[in-house]
Design a protein around this ligand. Structure first.
Ligand code: GLC
Length: 573
């Protein structure tokens, strides 16, 4: 087994990135919405965990139909979050501390309120008409108007919206308020590069998280998608807009720009991509597209991102995909990353651990061991460091505010009043809605978890368990999830050759209860054993590691031949 250590090591490979979803991070001006000042005030906390890079989710001007992923001006800040001066301060404050600062780059679409779209929709002859994707209607035999093709929006329903003014449809792979840009138009490309990319590089940011990077380019014929969901009128068109040849050209152009400003982090969303060869086309250093990509096969095991057909999954499946995306860059010039949470998916302790009071902390620490020993750049999401959980199952549907949850719920309710079907839909929402990650950060046991002192409360209800789970409660408790993360990230740094840059081998592929893997670098290696169940499990420590005491465990007591419920252990040799 070789190591990845022989290839170049830019700063972003060893980075530990802390993702901030600003609306729910910290409110300092008592309006119930988190703000940029709140992030500045919390940098001590972020840094104390061991994170050295802040990724700020969109704070650009936006009507917030999709919480900032619908941008109406790339060069302005949403006043709900603060001002441009606040962003400058935040970036400066990160840099003063030796930390890096990256931002979201959302350029598959803009908001329908962006001036470009306003112009584009104003007439068929407007010079910006072609900056978005407009098509005439189709008509069936009865003369009924139909969208140009059968593509489904990622937020349910058709991906096309009829525009009365100019009597044409426009394409939106997400909400109707998020029209897709036409990347075949070179003037549009240049405008995006200047406004969304260069503008922020000039300011001195350290990189971009590139939203939906695989879907910018659409097959120009916009053919109908194959029928993969016979129950629906609308089908995934990914075949015609995922990983098209031109998308690589676009990403290369972006990287050509970022690299004029020094060594920048670029991490793009792979979305539904599962093919490793294609993934390498994106992240192979010689291709000069992006530094790394977020794969969703692992975190979406049992369902597909933006689909609501949730089934149970086995630990074998989880291990298979986790290992696959750890290993795929070995012997290549590519790079990978590791994460179990972000603003689009459920809380990891609820999905992969056990969020009951008895096992929550232990299983959150077990998952911390998994991530902190994983190869690639590490991404932590706000609240993960204290083991925040999904919202309680007792919350009514009205508490779920995300457009994706609400659209799904409405679509099911319109289609049926069958109680079993409606209950099934609610069960899906309770498992994987994006809302679970978007509840306010739990800072203390004060009202609303100390997130806000706004009289009206926070914009979204705080998870009721803030009384038990909060930063304040955990900061000085050596046994807390937070303290454990600090220890794990210190070890990750100390053993970075093995953990960040080492190779990965899963040792117990078939075992339904435990996850065992070996990380290896030149002359050193580590064994990680994790119990994903609430029952004790037998464990056999291989010869090479026997005799040595564990480097760390998440329980105070450990037994040589047994793993207790949700126990995790690391050995080095
Ligand atoms: C990405 C974002 C998600 C957003 C979507 C559309 O997947 O992470 O939050 O809804 O893109 O921009």
């Amino acid at each position: 087994m070789g190591s990845l250590a022989t290839i170049a090591k830019p700063w972003w490979k060893d980075a530990v990135v802390y993702q901030v979803w600003p609306a729910s991070f910290k409110d300092t001006n008592q309006d119930g919405v988190g703000d940029i000042r709140g992030v500045i005030e919390s940098l001590d906390h972020i840094q104390s965990i061991g994170a050295d890079t802040v990724w700020m989710c969109p704070i650009y001007a936006s009507p917030r139909i999709d919480f900032g992923y619908d941008i109406s001006d790339y060069e302005a800040i949403d006043p709900n979050f603060g001002t441009m001066a606040d962003v400058d301060d935040l970036m400066q404050e990160c840099h003063n501390r030796g930390m890096k600062f990256i931002m979201d780059l959302v350029i598959n679409h803009t908001s329908d309120q962006h001036k470009w779209f306003q112009e584009s929709r104003s007439s068929k002859t407007n010079p910006k008409r072609d900056w978005y994707i407009w098509r005439p209607a189709k008509y069936d035999e009865k003369g009924q108007r139909l969208p140009p093709n059968n593509w489904r929006s990622n937020f349910v329903g058709s991906a096309w919206t009829w525009d009365e003014t100019t009597q044409e449809y426009y394409l939106h792979l997400f909400a109707p308020e998020q029209p897709d840009l036409n990347w075949d138009n070179l003037k549009m490309r240049k405008a995006v590069y200047d406004s969304a990319v260069r503008f922020w590089l000039e300011k001195g940011i350290d990189g971009f998280r590139i939203d939906t990077m695989t879907i910018y380019s659409k097959n120009p014929a916009l053919p109908d998608a194959p029928i993969t969901d016979p129950t629906s009128e609308w089908q995934s068109g990914r075949k015609w807009y995922g990983d098209q040849p031109k998308v690589f050209e676009i990403l290369k152009e972006i990287t050509a720009i970022t690299s004029q400003y020094g060594e920048k982090m670029t991490v793009g969303e792979f979305g539904a991509l599962k093919n490793l060869n294609v993934a390498l086309d994106y992240v192979g250093a010689s291709n000069r597209c992006v530094g790394m990509g977020f794969q969703f096969e692992t975190v979406c095991v049992g369902y597909a991102l933006n689909h609501w057909h949730i089934r149970n999954f086995s630990l074998q499946e989880f291990k298979q995909t986790f290992g696959k995306w750890q290993q795929f860059v070995e012997e290549t010039d590519g790079w990978t990353c590791a994460f179990l949470e972000n603003h689009d998916i459920a809380r990891s302790v609820s999905r992969f651990g056990n969020d009951s009071p008895r096992y929550r902390a232990t299983s959150a620490k077990m998952l911390a061991i998994l991530l902190a020993t994983s190869t690639g750049t590490l991404f932590l999401y706000q609240g993960q460091e204290i083991g925040m959980t999904n919202v309680p199952a007792t919350w009514p549907i009205e508490e779920y505010l995300d457009i994706s949850s609400q659209n799904y719920w409405k679509s099911v309710k319109t289609a049926t009043d069958d109680k079993a079907v409606l209950d099934g839909a609610l069960a899906n929402i309770r498992k994987v809605a994006r809302d679970h990650a978007r509840t306010p950060m739990q800072w203390s046991d004060k009202p609303h978890g100390g997130f806000t002192t706004c009289g009206k409360g926070p914009w979204m209800r705080t998870n009721d368990n803030y009384v038990d789970i909060s930063v304040e409660k955990q900061a000085h408790d050596p046994d807390s999830v937070l303290s454990f993360w600090k220890q794990m990230l210190a070890l990750r740094k100390q053993y970075s050759d093995i953990f960040v840059h080492g190779t990965w081998r899963t040792m117990d592929v078939e075992n339904p209860a435990t996850m065992t893997f070996v990380k290896q670098a030149e002359g050193e290696k580590a064994l990680v054993v994790l119990n994903f169940t609430d029952q004790p499990q037998p464990v056999k420590i291989p010869e090479d590691f026997r005799g040595s005491k564990p480097l760390i465990t998440n329980l105070n007591q450990w037994y040589p031949e047994t793993l207790s419920a949700y126990e995790g252990r690391v050995y080095v040799a």
